[in-house]
Design a protein around this ligand. Structure first.
Ligand code: SF4
Ligand code: SF4
Length: 129
C-alpha cells in the first residue's frame, strides 16, 4: 500500500510558511492582535482565532472564513504581536493561497454593510495582484 508523502495540511503549512516566512505555530494566543483589530465585529473568526486554526492545520475553516476578506491590512495586529508573527502578513498569505487555489477570477468579495471604505479599497488592491 502506498501512502502520500505529505498530507494536504502539511503542504498548506509549508506553502504558508514559504509565503510569509513565519511559523504560525509560534503564536501563543495572547489575543493582542484581536484586541487591536478595528474590524472584529465584522469577522467570523477573530485574528487570534485565524492564527489558532492555521496553527492547528484546520485550513478548510480558514479558507472558508470571511475574516480574510474583511481584514483591511491596517497592520494594527502586526504592530502589537509580541512574537513578531505579523498576523496581517499571515492574512495576506492565506488570501494568496486561496487565489492560487481558485484562480483570481473565482474569488468572491463580500462587502458587509457598514465596513469602512478602507476595507473595500484594500480588497480591491489585494485582488488586483
Ligand atoms: S498577537 Fe501574536 S502571539 Fe498574540 S495571539 Fe496574535 S498572533 Fe498570536
Ligand atoms: S491587519 Fe487585518 S486583522 Fe490585522 S488589525 Fe488590521 S484589519 Fe485586523
Amino acid at each position: 500500500m502506498r501512502f502520500p508523502t505529505k498530507t494536504a495540511s502539511i503542504k498548506e503549512q509549508e506553502e504558508l510558511a514559504d509565503i510569509i516566512q513565519k511559523n504560525v505555530k509560534d503564536c501563543y494566543q495572547c489575543l493582542k492582535c484581536s484586541a487591536g483589530c478595528p474590524l472584529t465585529e465584522h469577522m467570523d473568526y477573530y485574528p487570534h482565532q485565524v492564527m489558532l486554526l492555521a496553527k492547528m492545520d484546520l485550513y478548510k475553516k480558514v479558507f472558508d472564513s470571511k475574516t480574510l476578506w474583511v481584514c483591511a491590512s491596517c497592520l494594527a495586529c502586526s504592530s502589537r504581536c509580541p512574537r513578531d508573527l505579523e498576523p496581517a502578513k499571515v492574512m495576506e498569505g492565506l488570501r494568496a493561497m486561496i487565489i492560487r487555489k481558485r484562480g483570481e477570477g473565482n474569488v468572491e468579495v463580500v462587502n458587509p454593510k457598514g465596513v469602512p471604505r478602507q476595507a473595500l479599497i484594500s480588497s480591491m488592491r489585494k485582488l488586483r495582484r
